[in-house]
Design a protein around this ligand. Structure first.
Ligand code: MG
Length: 270
């Protein structure tokens, strides 16, 4: 009887240890999977998804294409004419016409390489209303602080007019415009700094949402990723096109990757 009881107790303890071990392993696997999923960066199409048929950089088509492949967001650049019309374009000039110094009617005639007319911000936002992708609006650094201030005001007003406040983030190189967006943008809007020369505590102090720095800067300062996260800030990296660089960003736990190759990045994240 005693031997039988001893045998039973031993079996029961072994079973208990095994059961606890299995539960611990399962919990660790679940936590690991969750951490992996939580750490996945989101894909932002740089100047829209332009590296595809029929699109060109910052075209309406590139915005629609970014949305069609399920990009988290689509980035684009804006400039303001002397008569206060905002156009979507990366360079300060289009076909030799300088946007900051040319009336809107003249700028408007200019064609992109895919045949579209250069889009106004108004047209861009109108299209975005029917899409799901978020917008990352980059205001380019203008000639004067006064013009830049006006451009901040105009862009924020227009985003509000189209009801896109909850879907639009702002990015800038200019320190002035960064501070102005933090003040002017709707409550909860995210403003990121691009220039690479503010450390995380300066971004926190200025009430920015985080950093949006080049891959070159981030590889020089990978410690900023953790510093940002510890301070509740986010990290976006541009412009990440090569698989080994995408891998670096994923392994370092950045929050967003801005790329000219969104489909390549999406495949890698699968
Ligand atoms: Mg840009």
């Amino acid at each position: 009887m005693f031997v039988k009881k001893l045998w039973w107790n031993t079996q029961s303890k072994t079973y208990d240890i095994m059961r606890k071990s299995i539960m611990l392993i399962a919990a660790a696997m679940f936590a690991g999977t969750f951490a992996l999923q939580a750490a996945k960066p989101k894909v932002i199409a740089h100047r829209g998804y332009w590296n595809t048929e029929g699109a060109s950089q910052n075209s309406i088509r590139s915005l629609v294409k970014a949305d069609s492949i399920g990009c988290y967001a689509s980035e684009f650049d804006v400039w303001m004419t002397p008569d206060n019309v905002i156009f979507v374009n990366h360079d300060p000039t289009i076909n030799g016409v300088e946007i900051q110094r040319t009336p809107a009617a003249e700028v408007r005639k200019q064609k992109l390489s895919n045949g579209e007319n250069i889009p106004t911000l108004e047209e861009y936002l109108k299209t975005a209303q029917g899409l799901k992708t978020r917008l990352v609006l980059e205001l380019k650094t203008h000639d004067s602080r006064a013009r830049e201030k006006e451009a901040v005001k105009k862009t924020v007003e227009m985003v509000k007019k189209f009801g896109l406040e909850d879907r639009t983030d702002y990015i800038v190189f200019s320190k002035d415009a960064f501070k102005q967006y933090v003040k002017a943008a709707a409550k909860g809007a995210k403003v990121y700094f691009l220039n690479g020369d503010y450390v995380p505590c300066q971004i926190k102090f200025a009430k920015g949402a985080g950093i949006d720095y080049s891959l070159r800067v981030m590889k020089k300062h990978p410690e900023w990723i953790k510093e940002c996260h510890d301070k509740g800030l986010e990290v976006n990296v541009w412009t990440v096109n090569e698989p080994e660089d995408m891998k670096w960003c994923i392994e370092h736990g950045v929050d967003y990757i801005t790329t000219n190759e969104p489909e390549r990045l999406q495949q890698m994240l699968k």
